[in-house]
Structures are given as C-alpha cells and as structure tokens.
Design a protein around this ligand. Structure first.
Ligand SMILES: *[C@@H]1O[C@H](CO)[C@@H](O)[C@H](O)[C@H]1NC(C)=O
Ligand SMILES: *[C@@H]1O[C@H](CO)[C@@H](O)[C@H](O)[C@H]1NC(C)=O
Length: 499
C-alpha cells in the first residue's frame, strides 16, 4: 500500500515529508535556475498538499479522529508511524520539475541555445529527453486542437438561440423600465460579453445586460482607487460635487448617494427592487416560452433564463458609468471586505483588452484567441480552476505576447504550457498586472487559500497538461483535496469580465 510505511523506527526521516521537500527543492534549484525561483513556493506547497492528502486518507476511523485533533503545526506523522509520499505523488512532482526546463527553454532563445549546445557536446541523455518532450508536445498540440473543436467551440446555432433569449429579456426590461420610470436618466441598454465576441466556451450560458446611467458632468467626479485611503487601483469612487449650489436631489442619482459618493450597491438595490421585485417574470416567461427567475442570492443582479429543457442562460444586469475620458465603471462589487469597499465602482477593461488581443492575432494570424478559449474552457471544466476568469487569462496572454512573438497555430501547445507556467509564476508572486494598467493587480480579490489552490492545480498540470482537457465528468486527479474550496453558485459566470 502506497502512503503507509509499516516500518516504525527504521527510515522515518528518509521517507518523511522533510526529505521529500528537500529532495524536491534541490532538484528544483538544479533544473529551474534563477528564472524558475518564483515557482519554488508553489512546488513546495504541492508536495505538502500531497502529503496532507495521504495523511487525511487514514486507514482506520480511529486514526481519523486522531488526525482531526492535531493541528497543522503538529503534524500527525511526528512521533507516529511515518508516511511516505506514494510513488504516484513523487513522480508527479518530479515530472513537474522535469518538464519545467523544457517549457522555459523553448521560449527563451538564449536558454535554448545553451541546451542545444550542451546536448551536442555532452550526453545523449539530454537529447533523448528532449526528443521525448518533443513527442509529448506534439500530442498535446493534437489534443489541444481536438479539444478546441469538440469541447471549446460552441455550435453557431446554440449561440444564436442563447443570444435570442438574451435579446428578448433585454427588450422586456427596456419596455418595463421606460414605462415604470420614464424620468430615470439611462442610455440605451445593450447586451455584451463573450457571447458577442466569439469568446464564450463550452456552453452558451451567460450574457451581460449593460445599463448605462447618465450622470450630470458638473455634479459627479471620479476618483481613482489608488488616490483613496483604500488604495486599490482598478476601482473608483464617484463623488458628488457642488452640493452647495446644486443641493441634494438636483440629480436623479442623488437617491443612491452614500456618504457623499454614488454607491453602486444602492444603485443595484434600486434596480433589484424593480427587476427582481416588481416585474411579473412568470407571466413574461410564459409569453416568451422561457422560465425566468431572478437568482438569489447573487453578488450582482442576475436573471436565470431556462430557454430549453436543458439550457440555461444567466443574464447579469449591470449598471454602467462611462466617464468623460472613456473609463467604464461597472456596479460589480469588490469580492472581499465588502463593507469597507461598498462605494467602489469596478473599472472594466474588457472592451480594450479583448480588442488588443484580437488585433495582435490579426497582425500575425496568431492563435492567442484559440489559446485563451482553450484556457477558459479548461477553467470552466475544472472546479479547482473556477476562480480564474476571462480577464485574468486574457491579460496573462497579453503579457506573454510582449515577450513571445511566435503565436503560429503550430505553437499552440507551447504557448498553452507557457501560459500555465506564467500563471503559476503570477500566483506565486500574488500579482497579475493588468496589461492596460500595470498598477491594477488582477489577483487582488483572491484569498491566500485560493491562490494556493490555483497555483497548486496549475503546477501539477504543468507535468500533465492533458488532464486539463479531460471532460468535466472526470475530476483532475492531482487537484486539491477540495475540503476547503468554496464553490461559487454559478461558477461559469465567473468566467467573464463584463464589458
Ligand atoms: C514557431 O513555433 C513552432 C512550434 O514551436 C515552430 O515549429 C516554428 O518553427 C516557430 N516559428 C518561428 C518563426 O520561430
Ligand atoms: C475575476 O476573478 C477574481 C477571482 O475570482 C474576482 O475577484 C474578480 O472579481 C473577477 N473579475 C471580474 C471582473 O469579474
């Protein structure tokens, strides 16, 4: 039985976690060099996790109780029978490590030249392993394109039906709001999101309904998050100005003012009362032949539209401010510490970042879009990766494009691996800068535990990327134990940065 060492007194240290970590770290230092140093923490964590899992899969109920009482600082294996990493785990870790130089070498010409030079001069070992790795990449390349065709891309007809449903809902809401609140200053609502720019993957299941508010220029001003005490780039405050000349209720939106600022939460509440509270959705649904219901609880205002027996579309209703300089702010709350951040509007980069990605592909006929969609699908199909969303993946690819010029279709597998590796590096650093505004950290709303889980899962995927391409029915084997993971209610919708 792997995982349990019967020999009580014998080679405790040889088999213990300390040795495994030492073994792994010394290997890692050898093969990663300086550039890979950022990955060591995640790699260490990977070993720790595997170890924890062997511990938490006890052989008897008595053991389990024993384990349950012990704290993290006092691991169960201290003083009791030592457990080893089972061979599977060991090989996952060492495979991860071995695969790293390959991926880095194929991207950095200097490193590649050195590697080639070395193998030409020296042992056949390097040649053999690089041949093997080339073979592995070839099949990953084939699998990726196959995955792309069969799982990632959504049939045009399915997309059309989903768009139709979204449009019907949009039309109903437009009529309702105009009739009910004729003086509410809004611009035309419109639909947006990945369903409209060929970036939705796996199933056509979400769209955003953008609701632009009209703000009087002289009454409201926007303050970037980095200039506030919260110091969060990427979020903004919208301050009410000139109250002494234009007293409260000079602006329609004064009713949503909290402490002198326009509160996205309060704006959402106004719409929530209407959209979720006073529209007769069952009646509208029966006319349109859908089942429509507001999703509760939801961090934003969301309608679930069941448009075929087995098809559901989630439509996010998103109030939007477009400032004078073109900055788009959406009423999508900050995930963490909600109270302190209640007045913050989120800047949306979606339009600009998607356009940049598309433009780069058009310049060189590249596969960035395909790479993004494959990565999005992998995240959508693997629960452990649900926390990564479209915006983060798009920006990771944009950053990669600054360093890497070869995005030909033949390079998809290489770029995909490079993306995984880059993400692990960003997670390790706790920071993913937005390509359009490097001050913005796109990981700032992840908890430490989420960073660990994501890093660990992606790290393991480096040695076996194909596990990410397996279907949703098969959970990834080396994924985290799942105990501490909290699943968002509609994880799919996490995938898109609105607008
Ligand atoms: C781009 O990458 C692919 C696959 O790695 C390779 O076959 C091709 O030769 C590269 N093209 C250029 C111009 O470097
Ligand atoms: C992207 O995902 C992160 C982590 O789950 C989340 O905090 C963030 O709000 C998401 N971004 C958008 C724009 O939805």
């Amino acid at each position: 039985m792997a995982g349990v060492n019967g020999d009580r007194k014998g080679k405790k240290d040889d088999n213990g976690i300390g040795t495994a970590i030492d073994f792994m770290l010394s290997n890692a230092k050898l093969v990663l060099g300086v550039g890979g140093a950022a990955m060591l923490g995640i790699a260490t964590l990977a070993v720790k996790r595997m170890y924890d899992r062997t511990i938490s899969a006890p052989t008897s109920p008595t053991k389990m109780q024993q384990m349950g009482k012990r704290s993290w600082e006092e691991p169960a294996w201290v003083g009791s029978s030592p457990r080893v990493l089972n061979p599977d785990m060991k090989s996952t870790v060492s495979r991860s490590l071995q695969s790293l130089p390959t991926t880095s070498c194929s991207f950095e010409p200097d490193c590649l030249r050195r590697a080639v030079g070395r193998s030409a001069v020296g042992g056949s070992g390097a040649t053999r392993s690089s041949l093997m790795q080339a073979r592995m990449r070839l099949s990953l390349q084939e699998h990726l394109w196959d995955f792309y065709q069969t799982r990632v891309n959504i049939p045009a007809e399915e997309q059309a039906v989903a768009r139709r449903a979204a449009l019907d809902i949009c039309a109903e809401l437009r009529v309702f709001l105009h009739a009910k609140l004729p003086d509410m200053p809004l611009r035309e609502m419109y639909l947006s999101g990945s369903l409209y720019d060929d970036l939705q993957v796996v199933t056509a299941d979400h769209a955003q309904l953008m609701v632009p508010l009209v703000l009087e220029k002289n009454l409201w001003s926007s303050i970037p998050g980095e200039d506030t005490i919260m110091n969060i780039p990427g979020f903004w405050l919208v301050r009410r100005e000139n109250l002494e000349y234009f007293p409260r209720s000079s602006s329609y939106w004064d009713r949503c003012m909290v402490g002198g600022y326009l509160s996205p939460k309060s704006v959402l509440e106004v719409f929530d009362k209407l959209v979720a509270g006073s529209i007769n959705w069952p009646a509208i649904g029966s006319v349109l032949d859908y089942i429509i219901r507001p999703v509760v609880p939801s961090e934003t205002l969301t309608l679930e539209v069941q448009y075929e027996t087995d098809r559901r579309l989630y439509v996010d209703f998103l109030p939007l401010l477009v400032m004078e300089d073109g900055t788009s702010l959406i009423a999508k709350p900050h995930r963490l510490a909600a109270e302190r951040h209640e007045n913050l509007w989120r800047q949306s980069f979606r339009v600009a970042e998607t356009a940049r990605l598309r433009a780069l592909d058009q310049e060189d006929g590249g596969c960035r879009y395909a790479c993004l969609k494959a990565a999005k699908a992998a995240c959508k199909l693997n629960p452990a990766l649900h926390r990564l969303n479209s915006s983060q993946l798009t920006n990771a690819i944009l950053l990669l494009s600054e360093k890497e010029g070869n995005w030909t279709r033949e390079a998809l597998a290489d770029r995909f691996l490079q993306l995984l590796r880059a993400l692990v590096g960003h997670l390790e650093a706790g920071r993913l800068p937005c390509a359009l505004n490097p001050k913005v950290n796109l990981f700032c709303e992840l908890t430490e535990q989420e960073v660990d889980e994501l890093g660990y899962t992606l790290y393991c995927a480096l040695s076996d990327p194909e596990q990410l391409l397996r279907t949703a029915a098969e959970p990834i084997q080396s994924g985290p134990a799942g105990g501490g993971m909290s699943m968002p209610m509609n994880p799919d919708r996490q995938m898109d940065t609105p607008i």
